[in-house]
Design a protein around this ligand. Structure first.
Ligand code: ZN
Length: 454
């Protein structure tokens, strides 16, 4: 797509509805210049200087670009796989590990492109991925993901995952899928040096992500925390997802999950946790005091019947809460706007129907940005990155709806009409310019059938 000159000003004018994720009123729209939001206009307000371009958003609901905080892109190849369609986490994993161990570089490239395209079309502009499989031949997994992110023009926090505790040592994954600690740490440092961008507007960031208590040693957890501190990057892992995991921690380490987290130096503001479901009141308070964040994965938690995260209590205790679609073998979609709907409804089941629509949109934007340590993203405000999602409400499913923001979640919006990343349109009229979706589906589907041995 042609890129806009950096000094040109674009007025996205008078949206049908707008959610800023803060106290600002954007009823008059926003002005974008140089990849940044430079003005937020209240109802009736005009831009302070002439704009070379205007986009009339009278048919669009305007949101900050949605941010996904937990995913496993490679799992788009094992969506809705019959043998695990009706299984909880541990048996689900044990059936899938040997399949995933056959992943090739081309498989991952296709899988990441599918996941990112799906996210982008759902209004997502920044995605985190947790990749922890590095079988022989796939040592460049994160490098491959960087290529896919750049191709689609999105932002990403790519986490260098790891597994070190195989079946032989009492872990869950097969021995063939684990790596030695020195290989993991050397590769982690290489990736940070090669790709990690710092400061406002970063496109690619790298974080360190030993997989879960039942697949890694305490040593790699501690060493990763020390490296994250030394190189100033973030830490990510799965924690408190299921009661099986809680039991595993008690038996293997003699600790509850948060005690385990603290014992390896991870109870800090540098960490965001995938799931974070089974916490006591005291643990919620400790996480809040530390500023440790949680990626709430509502759909996955319902799909695997893992439990219901205590999101309102976590957030009220000071825990930044973002949303994650989680891997596509446990969702099985990569759709951020639908994920916000699921999170809203799951949390209403726990806390009541008064949980506002805006709070769920806040998790998907500002909360997710906080979880990823990105103060430059997730809000419509002057100085923030121009990452935006615009949804039309003229489809059948919205007909007869009244409040535009409520309609987005309550009527089940599933596709953005326009998405902007860093001031550039990456979705136009519900399509990703330059991406051959039909060709991608054909090749990705063939790879998926081959991977499971069909
Ligand atoms: Zn996960």
């Amino acid at each position: 797509m042609p890129t806009r000159p950096s000094d040109s000003r674009l007025w996205i004018r008078n949206p049908l509805g707008a959610f800023t994720a803060n106290a600002l009123d954007a009823s008059g729209g926003i002005v974008v210049s140089g990849g940044i939001i430079v003005e937020v206009l209240a109802a009736g307000q005009q831009p302070s200087a002439p704009c070379q371009e205007t986009f009339d958003a009278g048919n669009h609901v305007l949101l900050p670009g949605l941010i996904n905080t937990h995913h496993h892109f490679y799992q788009t190849l094992t969506r809705a796989w019959g043998p695990v369609a009706n299984a909880p986490l541990f048996p689900w994993l044990q059936k899938l590990y040997p399949v995933w161990a056959r992943l090739t570089p081309r498989d991952l490239e296709l899988a990441a492109t599918v996941a990112l395209a799906e996210l982008l079309l759902s209004g997502c502009t920044t995605a985190a991925d947790h990749h922890y499989l590095f079988p022989s031949g796939l040592e460049d997994a994160i490098d491959i993901e960087v290529g896919a992110v750049r191709k689609l023009g999105m932002r990403a926090t790519l986490t260098r995952g790891s597994m070190t505790l195989g079946e032989d040592d009492g872990g869950l994954p097969p021995q063939s899928t684990v790596q030695a600690a020195d290989i993991i740490l050397t590769d982690s440092e290489r990736l940070i040096g090669e790709y990690h961008e710092r400061g406002d507007g970063a496109v690619i960031q790298i974080a360190l992500a030993p997989c879960s208590p039942f697949s890694v040693t305490q040593e790699i957890m501690s060493n990763s925390a020390a490296m994250a501190e030394r190189l100033d990057v973030r830490l990510h892992t799965h924690l408190a997802e299921t009661l099986d995991e809680e039991e595993f921690c008690r038996e293997k380490f003699g600790l509850r999950t948060v005690e385990y987290l603290e014992s390896v130096g991870w109870l800090s503001g540098r960490t965001w946790l995938g799931h974070g479901i089974h916490f006591s009141d005291a643990e919620i308070a400790a996480l809040g005091a530390a500023g440790t964040a949680v990626a709430h994965c509502a759909t996955s938690n319902m799909r695997l019947a893992s439990g219901t995260a205590r999101v309102i209590e976590l957030e009220d205790a000071g825990v930044p809460v973002g949303l994650g679609v989680d891997g596509s073998a446990s969702n099985d979609a990569s759709n951020m706007i639908l994920e916000a709907r699921q999170a809203l409804y799951l949390q209403r089941l726990r806390y009541g129907a008064q949980v506002p629509v805006e709070r769920a949109l806040g998790w998907a934007t500002r909360g997710s940005a906080a979880a990823l340590g990105r103060p430059d993203l997730g809000q419509l405000a002057p100085g923030m990155q121009a990452d935006l999602a615009l949804f039309r409400l003229d489809e059948l499913r919205f007909s007869g709806s009244h409040d535009p923001l409520a309609a987005l979640l309550l009527c089940g919006a599933d596709r953005a009409d326009r998405v902007m990343v860093a001031g550039q349109w990456r979705v136009v009229d519900g399509q990703i310019p330059g991406l051959d979706i039909a060709g991608l589906i054909a090749e990705h589907s063939a790879a998926a059938r081959k991977l499971v041995g069909d």
